[in-house]
Design a protein around this ligand. Structure first.
Ligand SMILES: NC(=O)C1=CN([C@@H]2O[C@H](COP(=O)(O)OP(=O)(O)OC[C@H]3O[C@@H](n4cnc5c(N)ncnc54)[C@H](O)[C@@H]3O)[C@@H](O)[C@H]2O)C=CC1
Ligand SMILES: O=C([O-])CC(=O)C(=O)O
Length: 271
């Protein structure tokens, strides 16, 4: 049975571990880690059937087959290369980190060298399957419009640097309009999905991103439009936020669960 280590015990890490604990995914949860000890304690208290060890990444990779990063873009720099050097596969949900072309190249080169895989889940969006199929031929444009409650955008570097007063926003307001390369750094906890789209499609410098703050919303909306030789499609997801993190959509946690299930399964479906 596949041995798993989960790095990051927040909203997504906790849902993933609970899915393993309940038997929904047929893998062994061997170890967990979080830089905040209390997060690992809170997580372990929610598990009934499994009792993972708490191991730092250098120890974790000695024992597991696959490390799941669900911590932060910053953590990707530590976790992904360490896992690959130890010949572990790795799933990374903080996909925005891979906007750094140097990180993308060094980690994919490492994966090739050690015959490992890097899995990037679809996260909080729908439509990556269609985009991947479409990218076998020319794609003309990819546009993501993300609409969230202003409180979900609090703390983003772009908001801080531009002194945007989120409390003063009373109606639907476009607060960012640019390319994915800039968006994922400006909003690292909000548009990791722009990175997945860029990697699957036409790259970070051609994928357009609009971020809209809307105080009337209780859901996180991601709308994607893709045009190409195949024709065009739009997808729109109205996401319920994760119970413990309003920035994160619940679907992102479910996507990590499903990706892990797919890795552990002999039957693969979808693009
Ligand atoms: N690809 C996608 O569609 C989505 C990606 N995300 C990203 O997934 C990641 C996890 O999201 P959530 O679980 O909602 O976040 P969270 O904030 O609820 O939990 C993250 C946990 O990781 C820990 N952590 C962060 N950096 C760490 C480090 N360097 N070392 C050790 N522990 C560290 C934190 O202490 C926290 O307990 C975030 O980077 C988030 O931006 C979130 C939603 C959608
Ligand atoms: O969960 C979401 O709605 C999307 C998100 O935060 C991200 O892509 O970083």
């Amino acid at each position: 049975m596949l041995k798993i280590g989960v790095f990051g015990c927040g909203a997504i890490g906790t849902e993933l571990c609970k899915a393993i604990d309940s038997g929904h995914i047929d893998v062994e949860l061997y170890a967990v880690y979080d830089r905040h000890e209390q997060a690992t304690i809170d997580l372990k208290e929610q598990l009934r059937n499994v009792d993972p060890k708490v191991l730092e990444i250098v120890e974790m990779v000695k024992h597991v087959d696959l490390v799941v990063e669900c911590a932060s873009q910053q953590a990707v720099y530590e976790v992904v290369p360490t896992a690959l050097h130890a010949k572990c596969d790795v799933m990374s949900i903080s996909v925005g980190a891979f906007a750094d072309q140097n990180l993308l190249k060094t980690t994919t080169d490492l994966a090739k060298e050690y015959d490992c895989k890097i899995y990037l889940p679809s996260g909080a969006i729908a439509g990556l399957d269609g985009l991947k199929s479409a990218s076998a031929k020319t794609i003309y444009s990819v546009t993501l419009t993300t609409e969230k409650h202003p409180r979900s955008l609090a703390g983003a570097p772009y908001v801080i640097q531009n002194n945007i007063d989120l409390d003063a926003i009373t109606g639907k307001t476009v607060i960012f309009d640019g390319m994915a390369s800039e968006a994922v750094k400006a909003f690292p906890a909000n548009v990791n999905v722009a990175a997945s789209l860029s990697i699957a499609g036409i790259g970070f410098d051609r994928t357009k991103v609009r971020i809209v703050a809307n105080p009337a919303l209780s859901r996180n909306i991601h709308e994607i439009t893709v045009e190409g030789e195949f024709g065009m499609f739009t997808s729109r997801v109205e996401n319920v936020p994760a119970p413990t993190n309003p920035k994160t959509s619940y679907l992102a946690a479910l996507s990590a669960i499903s990706t892990l299930k797919k890795i552990a399964s002999p039957l693969q479906v979808g693009t």
